[in-house]
Design a protein around this ligand. Sequence first.
Ligand SMILES: C[S@@+](CC[C@H](N)C(=O)[O-])C[C@H]1O[C@@H](n2cnc3c(N)ncnc32)[C@H](O)[C@@H]1O
Length: 258
Amino acid sequence: MLLQLINEGRQTYEVALRKSVVLLSDSDTVPLDRSLKMSSMKSYYNADPLVQYCVKNSLRLTDVQKRLNDVTLQHSRAAMLGAPEVLQLNSNIMQAIGAKKVLDIGVFTGASSLSAALALPPEGKVHALDISEEYTNIGKPFWEESGVADKIRLHIAPAAETLQKFVDGGEAGTFDYAFIDADKTSYDRYYELCLTLLRPGGVIAFDNTLLDGAVVDPSKDTPNTVAIRKLNEKLKDDQRINLSFLKIGDGLSLCFKK
Ligand SMILES: C[S@@+](CC[C@H](N)C(=O)[O-])C[C@H]1O[C@@H](n2cnc3c(N)ncnc32)[C@H](O)[C@@H]1O
């Protein structure tokens, strides 16, 4: 029965997807490239009128951010682009907690780093971690144009190595916010390292914790699905944090370090 409901829901989404457009603001509509395999849950790819209503009445992207999104949506890996509603929520929480030192784990074309850098005060720093410069090079000119390139420090290496270097370098307890959006099977490793690196009151945000619905689909048992399900179960009972699990974008789990 559950499987049938999931399949029906997926078919509805697919129909919606075929009709949908990407709504970035009142004036911008970008046609979907339907050849791409995309998450149906991020607002770019979600034709649900309520999702589009929320997006239309909340997103505050700069012109440079919109152009970076447009460029990224043409990329063959466009589905990796962070949902703008998620990035804006990250930025709002960063400002609310007075964040100055942020980890952006999984940079891709730099939308999440740019969003964070724009939210931080002039002395703030985003430590942007990615394994490859192939995608991050796309974002750099947009960071420059936004006037925040000096707030973003790129670390090209496996993220676990970079995080461990921060720990070994005595930076435990000094970070305010971590956005985790890289390889899913390493999420738990990143979680433990980030918990060490964050100050009490700091926040860890995990993207894609609904994994395009796979977490509730019993037929799915890929390594990513297994890892995310396990993480979600672990977070539920982890007394080191307070937790909010939001159905926004592809799922966002917010962990507030006690
Ligand atoms: C989903 S994308 C990030 C999207 C970005 N946060 C945004 O909002 O647009 C995932 C990124 O993680 C990077 N990545 C994958 N494995 C990694 C690893 N072991 N260490 C660091 N980065 C990794 C990929 O190169 C890719 O750029």
